[in-house]
Design a protein around this ligand. Structure first.
Ligand SMILES: NC(=O)c1ccc[n+]([C@@H]2O[C@H](COP(=O)([O-])OP(=O)(O)OC[C@H]3O[C@@H](n4cnc5c(N)ncnc54)[C@H](OP(=O)(O)O)[C@@H]3O)[C@@H](O)[C@H]2O)c1
Ligand SMILES: [Zn+2]
Ligand SMILES: [Zn+2]
Length: 384
C-alpha cells in the first residue's frame, strides 16, 4: 500500500466502500446523505494511472443553503495532481477529476450564504470540508482535522460520493472553504496561490521567516518559486538550492540573494551550518542528511514535497546542533485568506503559463521533466 498523506492527497477520510462505478457509500460518523445531482459539467478526467487524461463530464450537487456555485475560470496544475493519478500515494478512485488550485466567479449562492455574492472573484484550494468539531477544526486548523479533511478531489464527501476537483467548468463548495481573491492579484495568477502559495506561506510563517533569518528553498518548481517570492517578501535572506544553475536568473529575479547547485557536492561543504530554515519542495526523495547539515544551530528542515518513497536520516544529523526535521501540509482557511491578502499587499504572484484544456497531458509531461516555468494554469473557457 502506498503512503497516505492527508494534507494534499487522495486520502479518503472516513473510510467507505468503493463501488464498481467509482461512487462510494459513506461510513463512519458522516452517514449516507441522499444527493440530488442537478448539474452535469465539463471536466478533464483520469480513467487510470497510465492512460492520458481525457475530456468528459461530471455531476455537481445542487447548491445547498451554505454552498456557493462557482464558474471556474482558471485551474492550476499541481504536482500533487500527478502523484495522485499515478497512484504514488495509494489507491485512486477512478474515474477522477483532479485540480485544487481553483479561481472563478460566484454564479449562485445558497439561501444561508452570507460572505459571498454573485459575481465575486473567489478561490478554492485543497480542501472543501472538515468535521468542524475536533480540536484542530475548532482551533482553525482544518487542514489537520483529526477526522481527516475532505480533499477537493478523491475524498469521500458527506453525501457518499467522491469529490471531483478543479479541472472542470464548475464546482459547488461550502462557503466556509471559499476564499476571496483580492482584485490586485491577476486572476489567472491567483489560482496557484490556493495550493503552491499557501503550502509555502504556512511553514515560512510558522517557523518565523523574516528579517535576520536565512531561509533556503529546495527545488525551483511551482511551490519552490512561490517559496522564494514569499520568503523574500517577508524580509528573509533567501537562497535557492536547485539541482543546476539553469534557473539562476529566475531565482534571483524572484527575490533570492543566493543560488547554488545541489549537483555540486561543494555546495554542501560551503553552506554547512548556514540556514535557520530550509523548506524542501522537491517531489522526489533526497539525501536528508545532506540538507540537515546545512542547518544552523536550532534550524529546521521542513518537508512540503511529498515523494512516494520513504526517506531516511541519521539522527546524528540532528543531535549536535539541536536541529529539527518537520513536515507541513497546505494551510488553514484563515491562513489562506491571510496569504492572499499578503500577496495583494506585497505584489506577490506566481509566474504562470496559461494552457488550453487539450494541452494538459503535455503539461503533465513537462512538470515531470521539471520543464515548468513555473506553474501551468488551465484556461477553463477552452473546456466548455
Ligand atoms: N505539503 C503539501 O501540502 C503539499 C502541497 C502541494 C504540493 N506538495 C508536494 O510538493 C512537491 C512539489 O510540488 P510542485 O507542484 O512544486 O512540483 P514541481 O513544480 O514539479 O517542482 C518540484 C521541483 O523539485 C525539483 N525536483 C524534481 N525532481 C527532482 C529529483 N528527482 N531530485 C531533486 N530535485 C527534483 C525540481 O526543482 P529543480 O529543477 O530546481 O531542482 C522541481 O522543479 C510534490 O511532491 C507535491 O505533491 C505538497
Ligand atoms: Zn497542490
Ligand atoms: Zn475536524
Amino acid at each position: 500500500m502506498g503512503t497516505r498523506f492527508s494534507g494534499d492527497s487522495s486520502a479518503l477520510p472516513g473510510g467507505g466502500a468503493i463501488r464498481g462505478d467509482g461512487s462510494m457509500t459513506a461510513s463512519g460518523g458522516m452517514g449516507a446523505v441522499e444527493r440530488k445531482q442537478t448539474m452535469r459539467v465539463s471536466a478533464i478526467r483520469a480513467t487510470s494511472s497510465t492512460d492520458p487524461l481525457i475530456r468528459g463530464s461530471i455531476e455537481r450537487r445542487e447548491t445547498g443553503p451554505h454552498d456557493v456555485l462557482i464558474k471556474i475560470v482558471w485551474a492550476g496544475v499541481c504536482h500533487s495532481d500527478i502523484h495522485t493519478v499515478h497512484g504514488d500515494w495509494g489507491t485512486v478512485p477512478f474515474p477522477l477529476t483532479v485540480g485544487h488550485e481553483i479561481a472563478g466567479i460566484v454564479q449562485e449562492t445558497g439561501s444561508d450564504v452570507t460572505r459571498f455574492a454573485v459575481g465575486d472573484r473567489v478561490g478554492v484550494g485543497t480542501m472543501v470540508n472538515s468535521c468542524g468539531e475536533c480540536t484542530n477544526c475548532k482551533a482553525g486548523l482544518e487542514q489537520y482535522c483529526l477526522k481527516g479533511n475532505t480533499q477537493t478531489y478523491g475524498s469521500l464527501d458527506r453525501d457518499g460520493t467522491i469529490t471531483q476537483g478543479g479541472y472542470s467548468t464548475h464546482i459547488v463548495v461550502d462557503e466556509h472553504f471559499v476564499l476571496r481573491l483580492p482584485k490586485q492579484i491577476p486572476f489567472e495568477a491567483a489560482a496557484p496561490l490556493l495550493c503552491a502559495g499557501i503550502t509555502t506561506y504556512s511553514p515560512l510563517r510558522h517557523w518565523g521567516a523574516g528579517p535576520g533569518k536565512k531561509v533556503a528553498i529546495v527545488g525551483l518548481g511551482g511551490l519552490g518559486h512561490m517559496g522564494v517570492k514569499l520568503a523574500a517578501a517577508m524580509g528573509a535572506e533567501v537562497t535557492v538550492l536547485s539541482r543546476t544553475l539553469k534557473k539562476k536568473d529566475d531565482g534571483l529575479r524572484f527575490g533570492a540573494s543566493h543560488y547554488y547547485a545541489t549537483s555540486d557536492p561543494e555546495t554542501f561543504n560551503q553552506l554547512a551550518g548556514t540556514f535557520d530554515l530550509i523548506v524542501n519542495t522537491v517531489s522526489a526523495e533526497l539525501d536528508v542528511d545532506g540538507y540537515l547539515s546545512m542547518l544552523a544551530q536550532d534550524g529546521t528542515l521542513v518537508n512540503v514535497g511529498a515523494p512516494s518513497k520513504p526517506m531516511s536520516l541519521h539522527v546524528q544529523s540532528l543531535l549536535g546542533a539541536r536541529r529539527a526535521y518537520a513536515g507541513s501540509a497546505t494551510g488553514s482557511i484563515a491562513e489562506t485568506q491571510e496569504m492572499l491578502d499578503f500577496c495583494a499587499e506585497h505584489g506577490v504572484a506566481p509566474q504562470v503559463e496559461v494552457i488550453a484544456a487539450d494541452q494538459i497531458n503535455e503539461a503533465w509531461k513537462r512538470v515531470l521533466s521539471s520543464d515548468v516555468r513555473y506553474r501551468f494554469v488551465i484556461d477553463m473557457s477552452t473546456l466548455s
